[in-house]
Design a protein around this ligand. Sequence first.
Ligand code: SF4
Length: 396
Amino acid sequence: MQSFDDIEFRLLMEKPEGGGATLFWRPHDSSLIFADGRLPDLGRIHLGYADRFLGHRPAVAVGRGHPVAKTRDLRRIKIMLGKTCNYSCGYCSQSEHRATVGGSPAEVERFLDSMPGWFDGGEDGLGRGVRFEIWGGEPFVYWKTLRRLVPGLRTRYPNLSELFMFTNGSLLDMNKVAWLDEMGFFLAVSHDGPGQADRGPDPFDHPVAGPALRELIRRFHPQRRLSFNFMVTARNYEVAAIRRWFVAKTGIADITVATGEFLTPYDPGSLLFSPTGEAEHRAIGRVLARDFTDWDGLALPTVHQKITGFFTALASHRPSESLWQKCGMDTPRTIAVDLMGNVATCHNVAAGLCRRARRHGDPAHPGDLAPHLHRTDPGGARPRRADRPAGNRGAA
Ligand code: SF4
């Protein structure tokens, strides 16, 4: 059987005017060579080949059976409120984990009080160098919890470096926007642009959320604290046109639009959003290749970073085994924790196992963690019903 190390792609490059070349690409060792053995000239993009890969640090495979131990000097803390959402996107990776809870407003104080037991407080004990992320479901479904949690974090860690949250934007109102601004959030609004109908109602069209979104843009965009993020699916893949949709909708030429990349199917629901065969794969691939050379396609940070990353990998001979997870969950200094002190390997799905969490013996040493879920707070309460959804949930 062919091993991963042996995988080699043959790239047939065709010029519009005729002619072309064949290249061989090996992702395992980031090598790209012409059929005659020449290396592509990277000098044209101001790069040169290194003699060897420097700073090699093999990635650790993390999963339910292979958790990574966490340390006290955490620098990225993902707080999981719960998986409840007022939308039901067909491709949502959390759809099988809805009936879980991550804590209630009543748990907030206990959670905040427990933090010094498993977190050193950052570079200065007051949050410097630490990024806090708030994760749902849809975080505004947990509005009562948020209103207690975030000011509490700000009070205890006033020097925190970044406060980040994803939202679908549908439960926003003017008061929440003012609160988000006051708390100093960086926000990513999940919205599929022209493909939003596959996700749910368009919050831009909602009588409450629409004006609130525009106010959010007015306040946050000038400070670069806001992005719109869309999923690329077999039903919504013209990435340059999607970016232009956001420019037209907001009236802002440099609005930040990012993409969660092409959807990877993992269940029957998400398969509906995936190409069904060779012909559809090729057709979508042609459109993506066209858009990746279009200004609006290149303006997507994800596309730009992928292209830059590809050439940097070639120049540095980066081996695939040095690739770490983008989410950071495979590193000891990134943790995903719910309000009851349950630590999860993945902030998107693992909180569904909260009820199976076992008590951790010593809350002062979360670095001892071995199995994939633990309690960091030995005084934690039993899981309870999640915070009730905010009032305009049904209309979103
Ligand atoms: S808005 Fe986000 S969390 Fe809610 S169903 Fe859609 S993808 Fe899932």
